[in-house]
Design a protein around this ligand. Sequence first.
Ligand code: GLC
Length: 710
Amino acid sequence: MPEYEFPYRNPALPIEQRVDDLLKRMTLEEKVDQLMQITIGADTNPNNLGSGHSFRPTIGSVLSYCGGTRNRNAFQRLAVEETRLGIPIIWGFDVIHGWRTAFPIPLAQACSWNPDIVEAGCRVAARESYAEGVDWTFSPMLDVPHDPRWGRVMEGYGEDPLAAGIFGAAAVRGYQGEDPSQPGTVAACLKHFVGYAASEAGHDYAYTDISSRTLHETYLPPFQAAVEAGAMTLMSSFNDITGTPAVANHYTLTEVLRDRWHFRGFVVSDWDGVVQLAHQGYTTNPAEMCRAALSAGNDMEMNSSAYRNIPTLIESGRLKIEVVDEAVRRVLRIKFAKGLFEHPYHEEVDPGTVSLQPKALELSRAAARASMVLLKNEKNTLPLNPDTLRSIALIGPVATDREASAGAWPAIIDPKTIPTLQEVLPSFFPKSEIHYAPGCDYTSDSTEHFAEAIAAAEKSDLVIVAIGEGAGRTGENRSYTNIALPGKQLELLRKIAAVGRPVVLLVSSGRPILYPELEPLANAILHIWECGHGAAAGCCDILTGAYNPSGRLAITFPRSVGQIPIYYNHHPRARDEKAEWGGRYFDLDDSPMYPFGYGLSYTSYEYSDLEISVEDLTAQVTLRNTGKRAGRETVFWYLSDPEAKLTQPLRRLIAFEQVDLAPGEERRLTLQLDRMHDLAYIDPTGKKVFEPGRFILTVGGEKAEFVVAE
Ligand code: GLC
């Protein structure tokens, strides 16, 4: 049995015992360092690592380092072998939808309604990023957006809290695996805690006026689900939550996260989140920033250094050492749980042997085709028949764009490794002549290439128009008042439609975009999002019918920006929305262009015979594939509670499942309802309240009312 110099070095001891032993050996300065996270650029000079930076080998964490495993290990060696206590650094990175193998942006993955796809993609991202020195990813993002002007809608899992929580939990399992102390796994970080998506007018970093009811009913549930899945860390958000900024919000960071959910990991601030308290009007005093954030429950400070005031605060009695110790304890607990003391160094492997492997690329393709959503298919324009289609015109900037497929937050994804539609299409249509023409770019007013595109359309039997937002229009700090496609793309589509050939429209975006003017100009429309390495092949799998599209929207697409915020689980008005005096718009159809849950298939489905047994609270419905193709249907179960002392949304999603059916096949589906999980509502204090009475269950257009007494 090896002797360990100190108990904290002994992996056989319980983590809490190792934390206690290490903590009591630490100086205050060493404790402060553990609560700081810095960047060190791309320092890759092994002879003077860290000399040009504020790098201190006793620092708690480094983020966004991409100088390779060898250099990351060299820095780590300074921490582990050349400091008094040898506490390893935890290395963080934004691995949001892939490291080198790009997966669909999270909003697209949510449209697959397949948590297994999310988990599998995160598993690949963990393996690939760990192989290049990452211990910790700042993902999954669990914000619930109602405003597509906000650029970060691309980064979460859509507008439904239940779905966001299910996908978030799947991401945690994917990143952390069965045992997060093992190599090849990374710690998850749930962000941005909490309510960031509620930013006013779609601005980023904005004030958020959130009632306690909305906080508990909409914004907290996805985080609770992912905490229960074992997430090791969270990131506090930039927004001011109704007067108390999230980074200094004791209610969310301690009363909810620790006291109620019993979360035992640590919370890192967002970039400069602590010192932004000045801009938010909270305090301009760095020591007060430090005291407020640390006391609220924000343990680690990203990038800024207000936490350097801890010794002064302790000396002046304005901060108790116990508060500091609790924060350090949480950080050490995760470092032990992550296995950093046992595996401080990552094996130096050739990234090419770990990343962009065939299985990962195949998974990216499967995720892409499952995430794309068929919005229109007039007269079964799709699928196309490669044996009979003699010529295809491929037009538009998306056809040759690799950047757009990479999406925002691309980690170290190299767009040059992403196949384009122009490169891939011929292999799916070997017998067809393909005439490519750019038509236009994304944003300029130039129409100089229209003629060439029109000519390509004129000599083809069918036209595929591939247009979109282009890279850089979504992500952090990318708010737009106009969410229509930019540039001259609509005009190009008009010209091509006028040629009179069947038009298949492919639209790539990171957010819901405006379709009212696009829709009439195409016979078929496939929303292809930004889907990574598998985007082009996954799209062609759908175009040829090799894959029957199964994507369903996880976020509402409005007809106009004037409708925002618009989302499915809104509350009823005082009058019937359809009535003349029902509060409708007088200049626009109130309904969304494409509602939450919308998506077409190459087959058709029929729901019938919905029955509810109140005795055992089971619901049953028959689902039948009434078409000629096998397909995967996502079954959405919605609950309405039309009479409640705390009024409820018109409907809310309480469960979803995916069913594969052969043509003509039918299945009797059963949902076991749970009184507290499904029928109870969340009150403004966050308590679940079951109120007996009348409920309505809706599934696939079938509706059944039932009463549950006491
Ligand atoms: C950014 C983002 C956050 C990210 C962090 C580190 O400002 O808000 O999502 O993880 O900084 O890059």
